[in-house]
Ligand binder design. Structure first.
Ligand SMILES: [Zn+2]
Length: 170
């Protein structure tokens, strides 16, 4: 697994995509690079990461450059693509969870994760159930790994502390 470290540019959101192809010959970063560079005429592949069906995380476009993946919302984002159209693997989900938890941790959980279809409802991309896979709340934050800050109720603190301290005497 790659080790994520924050780029110098500002990043506030991560967008999730799929390659929209189940063809085995397309299950690699070289093919997607060819689509973006040779066919679209871009300088680089549009995504920062591509996760192939075997669960390997491939580095694409530099993190220091904004992605070309969900126009007009590329600014301040990172784009991750899973290869596939209808079929995605547990290995891909495991790697996505690992990568996204590294990203969330690097930004102290103040970063949100979104599907491409959230900003373009005409699309089904990324198709896979990313909210469940990543355990997102309704705003797109990764919640499972969030630390519990203070569950003690605000009122009754003194009383509950009293009982937890003297409780053994009663
Ligand atoms: Zn997409």
């Amino acid at each position: 697994m790659i080790k994520f470290s924050k780029p110098d540019r500002k990043v506030i959101k991560v967008f999730l995509h799929c390659s929209d192809s189940d063809i085995p010959e397309h299950d690699n970063i070289e093919t997607i690079t060819r689509w973006h560079v040779d066919e679209n005429g871009w300088t680089y592949i549009g995504y920062q990461y591509v996760i192939t069906q075997d669960g390997v995380v491939h580095k694409g476009r530099s993190l220091e450059i904004q992605p070309a993946a969900q126009y007009p919302f590329n600014r301040d984002t990172i784009a991750i693509c899973l290869t596939g159209r209808y079929e995605f693997s547990e290995a891909q989900y495991d790697s996505l969870r690992e990568l996204c938890s590294q990203i969330a941790e690097a930004y102290e959980y103040e970063i949100t994760f979104h599907g491409h279809n959230e900003i373009d409802i005409s699309r089904t991309c990324p198709v896979f159930p990313y909210r469940n896979v990543l355990g997102l709340d309704k705003h797109g934050y990764i919640t499972k790994a969030k630390p519990v800050i203070n569950k003690e109720p605000k009122s009754g603190n003194i009383i509950s502390r009293f009982f937890s301290f003297f409780g053994d005497l009663f």
